[in-house]
Unconditional design. Sequence first.
Length: 174
Amino acid sequence: MSAPRSTCPSGSWTIAFLVGAALLFAPWTTACGPKFEDVYGSGLDPVLSAPIENGWVAVDSTAEGVRAVLQLEAEAAQGSLPWDLADLALLFGSDTIPPTRMRCEESAVCRHVRRPVQSPNERAVAEPADRREEEVVVCDHVVRAEFVLPAVPSPSDSVVLRLAETIIPLRWRE
């Protein structure tokens, strides 16, 4: 008497399950972490990245050269930027590198927010019940800036982002 025959080859259910699970969960695994884009919105495959408050700096190395891309995000009143970009630069060792390209975008969808209104001399004496409010239109802003670097920074290289009066040392991740 022969042994009962299986209608499926051995292990096919396991393989089918693994392939199905990989297809099902693929969108979630690729959506983790920041989406790195250059000033034109093209994707980056960074060799290094450094998270900063409200953004990141990523280093990309291609045949054209080495570049660092900065992205900052914040909420601010419509028509105004939340940053002073006049002195924006990367300090790489002893070199001060200004941005070669920059793009500032304001969200097309803005919202009305009520905020307290006070003059500078009222701040010290005003009681919470005495505060007046005004309606302000706020929008999300994104700034991307690109810098041409002389080389890919190593962990021992000193690289600092200068944004107005703020100096931010970059802590690289591979």
